[in-house]
Design a protein around this ligand. Structure first.
Ligand code: WTA
Length: 667
């Protein structure tokens, strides 16, 4: 297989396995019975979970209708409202005074929002959106910083039955426009700006730019005032949130929606240039996110303070910052800013300040903290932490062990370490899967540094070879999902063919092809090896090589471009681009061009896509049939031997490129 091992995924199976701590296990929310029940009857297990964790206005009949595979229907005929399940029912159950959101802004401002307050805010926002013409089935683009109004907006859409399409605030105006166009969004919700690294960072001007050209479907732009910066307003189109929302009624009669009513669209990078609008629906998605938020994190809503550091612009923010924790009635922290502002201890200071019990974050952030040094977290009282989670990419064992020892075992400054460090749950899943698919269960399963361990109860995972045949222990292959699952994507927005082709054609409609390589160790535990397609993983964010290549080629001085993901000690992978300039630009200063092209990609797609290196080259390595050999370029980008270049039409090309890379970008 063409698998590329995830950077740093060295196999350290000798470290661990770590059995669950005895005290933790004795009190754990979940027990091994979940695996047994799901193993005995998967559909009955999910039906029981759906009824047990959610409140349905109309009970469902059939659990799964797979007759139109690969288009699934879960909890057929059931009706429910996601916003009611995430907010109102907790108030009705007497938990109105419990904090739902503990917001901390980057400058240090904070807001505590109880479930009762959240219920009122969501109702007001739903009334306001309706007054702007939003109704069931409409699409609303949300281009926001990490502030409470973002969560309120998502829930207000869900309440109405309008689909939200959250666009990460770090994306460019072009990226926002293409997503708003594809979804035919009627309303965009945004903010004047946000705070990043101590400075205001504006969002509204990007919306103006996105809507500058006619031909879009957006009728209104609703703007939250976050930092009071001067932003321009278009008469008739733009409205301030504070003018429209606060004086609406705090009562909103909700309608129950069909279990399969679409909840949201979230765009993600695929192997082609055009992002895919991943479609999720209500009943199955909410069931799986609620169940996994509870079981993977041992969540106790009465006492816990949960914190997921992901941005709401990604699926992790949707499933484990909005829907999963709120469906459980949990209290959670939401933080606007960066981890090093105003100082590198910000995360740990917040853990201590709020008494955070669960911290769910990304390996890249852990590696960054490792680089900053353990002295920083050691200054803070981290004793409240009970469970640590990671997501986004494989976590290298060094980072895993550091996380366990420096964070999970800490009892606070100057005190001896805990005898039972907080368990680490490495969770493998995707935008498409909606919720956790492979993860240890704290207090139940053992853990191993670097392994995501085993499928969560009710999920059927396999690893297969090129022919779709299962591989054995000690072997690697392609990660597949063998049975439909409740939170699975229901399709790609308005592109059923692409849905089939991308996920259900590699091994037919029997096996969902995840795009990752994986391996079973000798115990049968799963190790994720990274993407096997043209998708890169930079700081846990998915980026498509093709999308960045298209952006480079769109630059007037570029004739051709090839992009690869190279290993990077902090971000996992880094974008490295090789470009050929067009004839008129051949005389240009290559270094100036390289800087200009990095900037071009940043402006075109967003800062996360900015290449670490751009190398102007005279030729790209191609096979005789004209295909760019990215594999060779990847070797060069990693500083490895070039590898087998025998199929190249001109093998001398690689020698030149490797030489240039060494002299110009030696790290
Ligand atoms: C990768 C993020 C290894 C993987 C939730 C997957 C991981 C892609 C892990 C999905 C993990 C995510 N170990 N790899 N624990 N979690 N990935 O859609 O390649 O942004 O296919 O969803 O991230 O990225 P997405």
């Amino acid at each position: 297989m063409s698998s590329t091992a995830a950077p740093g995924t060295v196999q350290h199976e000798q470290t661990g396995p770590f059995p669950p701590g005895a005290r933790f296990a004795a009190a754990a929310v979940a027990d091994a019975g979940r695996y047994e029940a799901a193993g005995a009857d998967r559909l009955a297990y999910w039906a029981e979970q759906a009824r047990g964790t959610l409140s349905w206005d109309t009970d469902f009949g059939e659990v799964l209708d797979w007759s139109d595979a690969p288009f699934a229907k879960w909890f057929v005929g059931g009706q429910l409202n996601a916003a009611y399940n995430c907010v109102d029912r907790h108030v009705e159950a007497g938990h109105g005074e419990r904090a739902a959101l503990l917001f901390e802004g980057e400058p240090g401002d904070s807001r505590r929002i109880t479930y009762a307050e959240l219920a009122e805010e969501v109702a007001r926002a739903a009334n306001a959106f309706e007054s702007l013409g939003v109704s069931k089935g409409d699409r609303v683009a949300i281009y926001m910083p990490m502030i409470p109004e973002t969560v309120i907006s998502m829930l207000a859409c869900a309440r109405i039955g309008a689909l939200h399409s959250v666009v990460f605030g770090g994306f460019s105006s072009d990226a926002l426009r293409s997503r708003a166009d594809d979804a035919e969004a009627k309303l965009i919700i945004t903010a004047d700006g946000s705070y990043r690294r101590g400075k205001p960072s504006l969002l509204k001007p990007n919306v103006d730019e996105a809507l500058a050209e006619p031909g879009h479907t957006v009728e209104h732009v609703l703007v939250v005032r976050r930092n009071g910066e001067d932003v321009s307003f278009t008469e008739g189109r733009d409205l301030w949130w504070h003018d429209v929302v606060p004086d609406r009624s705090a009562e909103h009669a909700y309608a129950a929606h069909d279990s399969e009513h679409p909840l949201f669209i979230l765009y993600t990078s695929g192997t082609t240039g055009k992002p895919k609008g991943i479609l999720h629906t209500t009943g199955g998605y909410l069931t799986q996110t609620a169940v996994t938020a509870r079981d993977s994190f041992d969540l106790r809503p009465e006492t816990d303070v949960y914190w997921c550091t992901a941005d709401v612009g990604w699926i992790t923010g949707h499933s484990y910052l909005v829907y999963g924790p709120l469906a459980n009635g949990a209290t959670q922290v939401i933080y606007e800013g960066t981890p090093d502002t105003p100082h590198k201890g910000r995360l740990w200071e917040m853990v201590a300040k709020y008494g955070v019990t669960q911290l769910y974050t990304a390996p890249t952030l852990i590696r960054t903290c490792m680089k900053w040094g353990r002295e920083i977290p050691e200054e803070y009282d981290l004793s409240s932490l009970r469970v640590l989670g990671t997501v986004g990419e494989a976590i290298n064992p060094e980072a895993w062990l550091w996380f366990r020892e420096v964070i999970g075992a800490s009892s606070g400054p100057g005190r001896p370490p805990k005898d039972e460090p907080a368990p680490i749950v490495d969770t493998w899943w995707q935008t498409e899967t909606g919720g956790h698919m492979i993860a240890p269960m704290p207090g139940v399963t053992h853990t191993k540094p670097g392994s995501a361990q085993k499928p969560v109860p009710g999920i059927d995972i396999g690893i297969v070879d090129e022919m779709g045949e299962p591989v054995g222990r000690g072997e690697s292959g392609f990660l597949v999902i063998k049975q439909p699952w409740p939170a699975m994507l229901r399709g790609i927005w308005r592109d059923p063919e692409r849905y089939r082709d991308t996920y259900w054609s590699r091994f037919g409609t029997d096996l969902y092809f995840a795009g990752d390589g994986a391996r079973y160790d000798e115990d049968g535990d799963i190790w994720i090896l990274g993407r096997v397609d043209d998708v890169m993983n930079v700081s846990g964010h998915r980026l498509s090589t093709t999308e960045i290549e298209s952006s480079l080629v769109a630059h007037e001085q570029v004739a051709e471009a090839a992009v690869v993901g190279a290993k990077d000690a902090t971000t996992g992978e880094a974008v490295v681009a090789f470009v050929i300039l067009n004839a008129e630009s051949e005389q240009a200063d290559p270094e100036a061009m390289e800087a200009q092209l990095r900037e071009h990609v940043r402006a075109d797609i967003g800062p996360i896509a900015k290449p670490r290196n751009v190398l102007v080259v005279p030729e790209l390595p191609k096979t005789r049939s004209g295909k760019i050999m990215r594999r060779l370029l990847k070797n060069v980008a990693n500083g490895d031997d070039v590898g087998d270049a025998s199929t190249l039409s001109d093998p001398s090309v690689m020698i030149q490129i490797a030489e240039d890379m060494r002299t110009k970008h030696a790290e």
